[in-house]
Design a protein around this ligand. Sequence first.
Ligand code: THU
Length: 159
Amino acid sequence: MKEVTLELRLQVYASADQAPPPLGALLQEAKTAMESAYAPYSKFRVGAAVLLENGAVVRGSNQENASFPEGLCAERVALFAAGAQHPGIPAVAIAVIADKLDEGWVSPCGGCRQVMLETETRSGKPLSVVLTNLSGQVGVVSSAATLLPWCFDGHLLFH
Ligand code: THU
């Protein structure tokens, strides 16, 4: 028997000011995006901002619906909007923030991780995921792939 260990590396900066400038600024964009959340059912507002290789920023926020499963997370709203509005331009980073933070890190759901991962594999460029917590620290995962090991790739095979 052998055991396989998977690693998740999170680079931690004490504040947005200390993070690499484009990533600190992207988190601020995510915070602004959160203002457009439509979350009357969960009352949990989420904001996301995607930075494209050409410098464009696309914002997203969670959008809910009375038919609950039809709502969509902030990250996917932003990533799909980026794909629709800037086809073919690689996304290099996505920042995520929520209005009810605690000492833990904002943690994107599995569905959003799957979409982040395919955004990355499709462009061939690493997608950094920028997170935060109640203390205002900034956490950076330098590739979406590490957030979703053994993902579904359309064939139910592990690589
Ligand atoms: N939500 C996000 O926007 N992103 C996530 O990664 C997880 C959850 C939203 C969906 C729903 O509107 C609310 O948060 C509560 O689940």
